[in-house]
Ligand binder design. Structure first.
Ligand SMILES: [Zn+2]
Length: 244
């Protein structure tokens, strides 16, 4: 069914949303709303529903920050930008992918070697139905400059470059809650992964550069995260008394 799988109130003004096939996070406060990622294009009504669930108004959406320019994270960003003047922003190194000057995304040909594996075909059909092959590029996306971004909601997000999944993939770290929004640099589940609820990487054919992605994933260990909000799979919290 096309519905939100779960929502988690991570901290005041931060709602993590586990969507049908990919996740996003709602930041709200001071009459403003900002998102990190936006699901698939078909998830647009769910994105608006999640903003209401957070206790905010979808009309107050000001900006969408993109971890990386894949269709299951860009979602309906281009529509929000075109119809409502919502700003879409990404790290400078990811802008070409977000604008679709280049396309770094798994293709049908990449999937062929694993096409016979259980679940692959079903996942591919679901991804296509969700708008995965549509033109989701955001021509007028803007660059996130510097190593931190102040949200209009009062939150601050630090940029953690995590290249490999795509050339300009970033994670975002919110220092107050110590939440790490990983995009696809680290996930906790995916229809094509056997396990759910553990930190892991997507299958290699999803990575633009699998070696670099592995390095980035390892480096994220150095992030002092108390909670991981992944691009796919459920939220994982690391209570203070469980950390080394
Ligand atoms: Zn991705």
């Amino acid at each position: 069914m096309h519905s939100i799988r779960s929502t988690t109130r991570v901290a005041p003004g931060i709602l993590f949303v586990e969507g049908p096939l990919s996740n996003w996070t709602v930041f709200h406060g001071g009459g403003a709303v900002e998102l990190v990622d936006c699901g698939y294009p078909v998830d647009r009504p769910l994105v608006e529903e999640s903003i209401r669930l957070a206790g905010a108004d979808p009309a107050d959406l000001k900006r969408i920050l993109i971890t990386h320019g894949h269709s299951d994270h860009l979602g309906a960003s281009a529509q929000f930008a075109g119809e409502r003047g919502v700003v879409v922003a990404a790290a400078p190194a990811e802008l070409p992918n977000v604008r679709r000057d280049v396309t770094e995304q798994v293709t049908v040909a990449d999937l062929l070697p694993s096409a016979l594996k259980r679940g692959t075909v079903r996942w591919a059909i679901a991804a296509v139905r969700a708008g995965g092959l549509g033109d989701v590029g955001v021509r007028d996306a803007v660059a996130l400059e510097g190593d931190a971004v102040a949200l209009s909601t009062g939150h601050t997000l630090r940029l953690v470059p995590s290249p490999g999944h795509t050339s300009g993939s970033v994670c975002f770290f919110e220092p107050e809650s110590r939440a790490l929004l990983t995009g696809d640099a680290i996930v906790t589940g995916h229809p094509l992964l056997r396990e759910s609820g553990e930190l892991q990487q997507l299958p290699a054919f999803f990575q633009h550069d699998a070696d670099e992605a592995a390095l980035s994933a390892r480096r994220l260990v150095l992030c002092d995260a108390a909670v991981v909000l992944p691009g796919h799979g459920p939220v994982i919290a690391f209570p203070a008394d469980a950390r080394p």
